[in-house]
Design a protein around this ligand. Structure first.
Ligand code: GDP
Length: 362
């Protein structure tokens, strides 16, 4: 076994909330994910952050180190946050779990100067339709003229340290953004003024470039999940695994494999699984469960560690025979102690929904 064991759920049976990042092109989705990964690596010792397939796990201890005094780990019992690495609302709409969105919560990234753009509006409609709680990352605050950056600082400190002029320029943009959110039916405010995150959307000023506000963003995400998602995060840790295919890939030495985000239960080597396929559900046995070697950036001969069990929520690669016709966005189910026909029927029913939603997207 490797240190990917950290992907397991806590003993309490609460799984990691899955976080998606949405927003208009060039507003900073990728940079923000990179920054979150980067600050977690800098703040923590090696292995503090686990690289997954298609997802990045940030454990609670790392969140609290990055967030400093903003997060007291004793206040939380969720194990951390799992960020889906493919940003963009296309991936958000095609990645579903049991008919709902795969992500439990979302970050809507908006360039604070550019404001609402067509894809911002698309994203906000999707979040509304799927009733996904979200926070707004008002990104690129460092581009406000006269801005004096303070690397990785919580936003309050950096805000207070600005000249009156820079601060009022930022305020102007933030209030414009809050107005735009209101035009789209969301009552929003700066996150530190929000009392009830179920009624109001929190706006977090951030810079994916300097890291300012990133501690706040992580704190708000933890708080949102802990307060409002805790019931949904309650899973049977030893139940049969359920997940969603992100990608189908050929992998040297393994043939066709699927990259999966597991959102429920566990999956073990040798277990029988049912995977949604382009023609019909595929019934196969897991040959190997793979996770990237820690910080394995280079395409070395073996970039993966084999693990014998993975628990939700986590990203992983599954190698098994007959996966050539597996389909991105399709469900994956571990059969375990159930009737195989029931599981096939479940997968078929879900596939029908995936197809409907893809058509709708047109
Ligand atoms: P995406 O299309 O939403 O994933 O956007 P990217 O993350 O690729 O960012 C688009 C561009 O904006 C890149 O050149 C980034 O370096 C830049 N960028 C992103 N965030 C920030 C920020 O907070 N400050 C500054 N100055 N530039 C940023």
């Amino acid at each position: 076994m490797s240190d990917t064991d950290t992907t397991r759920t806590s003993s309490s049976g609460l799984r990691t909330p899955i976080v998606a990042v949405l927003g208009h092109v060039d507003h900073g989705k990728t940079s923000l994910l990179d920054k979150i990964r980067g600050s977690a690596v800098i703040e923590g010792e090696a292995g503090a952050i686990t690289q997954h397939i298609g997802a990045t796990a940030v454990p609670l201890e790392t969140v609290s180190r990055v967030a400093g005094r903003l997060v007291d780990p004793d206040d939380f019992d969720l194990p951390g946050l799992l960020f889906i690495d493919t940003p963009g609302h296309h991936s958000f709409t095609t990645l579903r779990s049991r008919g709902g969105a795969l992500a439990d919560i979302a970050i809507l990234v908006v360039d604070v100067t550019d404001g609402f753009q067509p894809q911002t509006i698309e994203a906000i409609n999707i979040l509304q339709d799927s009733s996904t709680p979200f926070v707004v990352a008002a990104n690129k605050i460092d581009t406000v003229p006269g801005w004096n950056p303070r690397e990785n600082s919580p936003v309050q400190g950096t805000y207070d340290a600005q000249s009156d002029r820079a601060r009022s320029r930022l305020d102007e943009r933030l209030y414009e953004l809050i107005g735009e959110l209101s035009d789209h039916g969301f009552s929003a405010d700066l996150y530190w003024r929000v009392q009830d995150f179920q009624k109001n959307v929190g706006v977090v000023p951030v810079s994916a470039e300097t890291g300012e506000g990133v501690p706040d963003l992580l704190t708000v995400l933890m708080g949102l999940s802990q307060r409002y998602m805790k019931d949904a995060m309650q899973i049977d840790v030893s139940g049969p695994g359920a997940g969603t295919v992100l990608e189908v890939k050929d992998e040297k030495g393994f043939g066709a494999t699927v990259d999966v985000v597991l959102y429920d239960g566990t999956i073990r080597e040798d277990e029988t699984i049912v995977v949604g396929g382009t023609h019909e559900p595929i019934v196969t046995d897991v040959r190997a469960l793979l996770q990237p070697r820690p910080l394995a950036e280079i395409r070395a001969e073996s970039r993966f560690d084999r693990v014998d069990e993975v628990g939700a929520a986590a990203g992983l690669k599954i190698a098994a025979p007959d996966l050539e016709e597996a389909m991105a966005g399709a469900p994956v189910r571990v059969v375990r102690n159930r009737e195989i026909d029931d599981v096939i029927a479940e997968v078929e029913a879900e596939l029908a929904e995936v197809e409907v939603s893809t058509e709708e997207e047109g």
